[in-house]
Design a protein around this ligand. Structure first.
Ligand SMILES: NC(=O)c1ccc[n+]([C@@H]2O[C@H](COP(=O)([O-])OP(=O)(O)OC[C@H]3O[C@@H](n4cnc5c(N)ncnc54)[C@H](OP(=O)(O)O)[C@@H]3O)[C@@H](O)[C@H]2O)c1
Length: 254
């Protein structure tokens, strides 16, 4: 199936590794021009080179999305560098880091929630000017079932689902669709589950045992679903939250 993504222009925040990197590479393989950001400048340079080697136009910058003005400005610059914008993928997360106690709540709010909200506010006018397109928010199954303990990460990912669904209603008349993809545990070298596997093998095995298919997810498992939702093939899908967890969560999804 041709997803109809060739020539589209996409911004992915946090595109240098893991899920964001797989999304960038998948969209590039479909013929999209790509802009990415992350804090580590060397990894941004390496990623941009790899994307260009795949034959598409690519642009990147070292940036912390917690710097709101710089972040909004970068979205404008990136859209300009790509010659317009059709797709926005807010993917960055404080990922359970960001200190302890209240400090952790504020850090997670600023990176996970405001990293999405500020980015969407800056990106939507460009997508509207292109005649419509798609936003795909990266959530987590941590939002939808008990996930280890009550914590900021779980609650902030829940906020993204509600924001995305209501934003979908607000911008549908402009031809812009907004969906969320909520992955289960995703394993890749250097990622959080790789670290759990090495430091806490029992905890890793407990999580893996909850996967009825017997394996953790891969970044590519997520990226393919994001590419579909970002594509014109999903033209009538908006406001949805797609769970990509191989059955890790057990609720019935009405
Ligand atoms: N891995 C999983 O099991 C899993 C499961 C469910 C949901 N998710 C979600 O999937 C998304 C990606 O997670 P991941 O595990 O693939 O990757 P990750 O290891 O969390 O890395 C994410 C990317 O974001 C960048 N980044 C982090 N903080 C940033 C900031 N403040 N400003 C700019 N860039 C920043 C990182 O590069 P720098 O460090 O260089 O900035 C990296 O490119 C997150 O939203 C996460 O919550 C992950």
């Amino acid at each position: 199936m041709d997803l109809g993504l060739k020539g589209k222009r996409a911004i992915i925040t946090g595109g240098t590794r893991g899920i964001g990197r797989a999304i960038a590479e998948t969209l590039a393989a479909e013929g999209c021009d790509i802009a990415i950001c992350a804090r580590n400048a060397d990894q941004v340079t390496e990623t941009v080179s790899a994307l260009k080697a795949a034959g598409v136009n690519a642009y990147g910058a070292a940036l912390d999305v917690r710097d709101g003005p710089a972040y909004r400005n970068w979205i404008d610059t990136a859209a300009g560098a790509l010659g317009g914008l059709d797709i926005f993928i807010p993917n960055v997360s404080a990922a359970g880091g960001g200190g302890e106690g209240e400090e952790n709540w504020y850090a997670t709010f600023e990176v996970d929630v405001m990293g999405c909200v500020r980015g969407a506010e800056a990106a939507l006018p460009h997508i509207g000017a292109a005649g419509g397109g798609a936003v795909v928010i990266i959530g987590s199954i941590a939002a939808i079932e008990m996930f280890y303990q009550p914590q900021a990460y779980n609650a902030m990912k829940a906020a993204l689902i509600t924001y995305g669904s209501q934003l979908a209603q607000a911008v549908a008349s402009e031809g812009i669709r907004v969906n969320t993809v909520s992955p289960g545990p995703i394993e890749f070298p250097g990622g959080s589950w790789d670290m759990v596997k090495k430091a806490m093998p029992d905890a890793y095995e407990e999580a893996r045992s909850k996967q009825p298919g017997g394996r953790m997810g891969t970044p590519e498992d997520v990226a393919g679903c994001v590419a579909f939702l970002a594509s014109p093939r999903a033209a009538h899908v908006t406001g949805a939250n797609l769970i990509v967890d191989g059955g890790f969560t057990k609720r019935v999804q009405f």
